[in-house]
Design a protein around this ligand. Structure first.
Ligand code: SAH
Ligand code: SF4
Ligand code: F3S
Length: 454
């Protein structure tokens, strides 16, 4: 019997990359690889990269630099770059870092087994093509390992929106929705392997418009545009029928794709969690227009009101960019205003980062010092709102899905419906179960609670 090898996969960027890393581990599982979390032990290292901001992209090269001694000590070690930097800069990576053996884009990882074989034969392998075949279908023979209670499931990829700052439409390509049957089949399989909570993923997940069956995700140019009549709301309702699946979430959504049926699902689908990540980026209409977001600040506020009418306890999260080209102090004040009006439970904020090839990269840029100062002010406000949202949980009874043992002995850690991390003294037998918990205290990034007898 041949000996099993080890692969170390390091994941950057969004949750879709986390999902893809799992798929890559499964694809390599068939090639005799087990996963390890120690780079030093690995026969193959894969960096699953993110291209969204300049810093994220540059991280790849510094990480590769740090891996050089490992490769020198063990020339047999294979090093690969996957993900969105691989897609965008494939050949440049090979040029800048000759020790890289393999470059695989997010649309090509189902061909990893063949690439691995070539790399083992001493060749270099680069594949950033968009596949003609269904990349998910070819991964269906994966090993059926037991899974943690929360899992990601990619239902949609790519983006047609072309926000003026964003590389995603260029690196991930046009929007493609996976067929609903495939997703339901994968979900049933995950639930059979222990999953209780699914987060549906897509760069524009609420633009989901899958066919019932047949149309391949990531298909050829001809069928990539083809969609179907399944909306995200319909998919969520179908998933909610699966026994054993207790919670459904989705991310990331665009305000312009928040259909009435999805809002209605927030009102009456019990398994759909009261949490919504709905990026707005800016509170200034002038900047929203320059960003090509195609909605106003008022339209966003109205939408939030409508969703909160459907689900009053909804926890909102968002993304913000400060220092977008042309952003004045007055524009920035409008962003702060919008944040005050909405009240976010959680949010991400970034300094605008120039991405070559995107429209905004060509425009007059805001000074770095101004961006820094705005980011600090926005983050101070968002942190304050996050604290308020956490404080408001104290004394409330919430549902928690226990995901793992906590740091203290006898403690379990899980997520509330509102996605807060909660630590509770509870027996191991409660792992993977949803229990009622009374929140007793709050700290910087988590809550502490007690089990409620039911
Ligand atoms: N598809 C999602 C998220 C895209 S990337 C959406 O449309 O909401 C995640 C976040 O990164 C974006 O929401 C945006 O806030 C940020 N981002 C994207 N490009 C950026 C850039 N060039 N500079 C700074 N932040 C950026
Ligand atoms: Fe990027 Fe905009 Fe598409 Fe989101 S909607 S992925 S920010 S282009
Ligand atoms: Fe980054 Fe690619 Fe996700 S660019 S944010 S890893 S889709």
């Amino acid at each position: 019997m041949s000996e099993r090898k080890k692969v170390f996969i390091k994941t950057y960027g969004c949750q879709m990359n986390v999902y893809d890393s799992e798929r890559m581990a499964e694809a390599l599982g068939g090639q005799g690889y087990d996963s390890t979390d120690r780079a030093e032990d690995a026969d193959m290292i894969l960096l699953n990269t993110c291209h969204i901001r300049e810093k994220a992209a540059e991280k790849v090269y510094s990480e590769l630099g740090r891996m050089k001694p490992l490769k020198i000590a063990r020339p047999d070690l294979k090093i690969g770059v996957a993900g969105c930097v691989a897609q965008a800069e494939g050949e440049e990576i090979m040029r800048r870092q000759p020790m890289v053996d393999l470059v695989v884009g997010p649309q090509s990882y189902h061909r990893l087994p063949q690439m691995e074989a070539r790399v083992q034969a001493g060749e270099k392998a680069l594949d950033t093509d968009f596949p003609a075949e269904d990349k998910f279908a070819t991964l269906r023979t994966r090993p059926r390992m037991k899974r943690a209670p929360s899992a990601f499931l990619t239902v949609q990829e790519g983006c047609d929106k072309f926000c003026a700052f964003c590389v995603v439409p260029y690196t991930s390509g046009a929007e493609v929705s996976r067929p609903a049957e495939r997703i339901l089949e994968e979900a049933r399989d995950l639930v059979a392997r222990g999953v209780r909570e699914l987060t549906l993923l897509g760069q524009n997940v609420n633009a989901y418009h899958g066919a019932a069956a047949g149309v391949a995700a990531g298909g050829t140019a001809g069928n990539r545009a083809a969609g179907g009549d399944w909306t995200l709301a319909r998919l969520i309702r179908a998933l909610a029928e699966i026994d054993g699946l207790e919670r459904i979430r989705y991310t990331t959504s665009h305000p312009n794709d928040m259909g009435d049926d999805l809002i209605a699902a927030h009102a009456d689908c019990d398994k759909l969690m009261p949490y919504l990540h709905l990026p707005v980026q800016s509170g200034s209409d002038r900047i929203l227009k320059a960003m090509n977001r195609k909605h106003t600040a008022a339209a966003y506020l109205e939408l939030i009101e409508k969703i909160r009418a459907a689900r009053p306890d909804l926890m909102l999260s968002g993304d913000f960019i400060v220092g977008f080209p042309g952003e004045t102090d007055a524009d920035f004040e409008q962003t702060l205003d919008l944040v005050r009006q909405v009240g976010f439970g959680q949010a991400y904020s970034f300094k605008y980062s120039t991405r070559p090839g995107t429209p905004a990269a060509e425009r007059a840029q805001v000074e770095e010092a101004v961006k820094d100062e705005r980011l600090q002010r926005l983050q101070a406000l968002l942190t304050q709102q996050q604290r308020q949202a956490q404080d408001a949980m104290v004394g409330r009874t919430v549902k928690v899905l226990f995901e793992r043992r906590g740091r203290m002995p006898g403690q379990l850690t899980g997520k509330s419906d509102y996605l807060h991390a909660v630590h509770v003294t509870a027996p191991d037998s409660f792992l993977s179960q949803v229990k009622s918990v009374r929140i007793m205290a709050t700290s910087t990034n988590s809550l502490a609670g007690e089990l409620v007898e039911t």
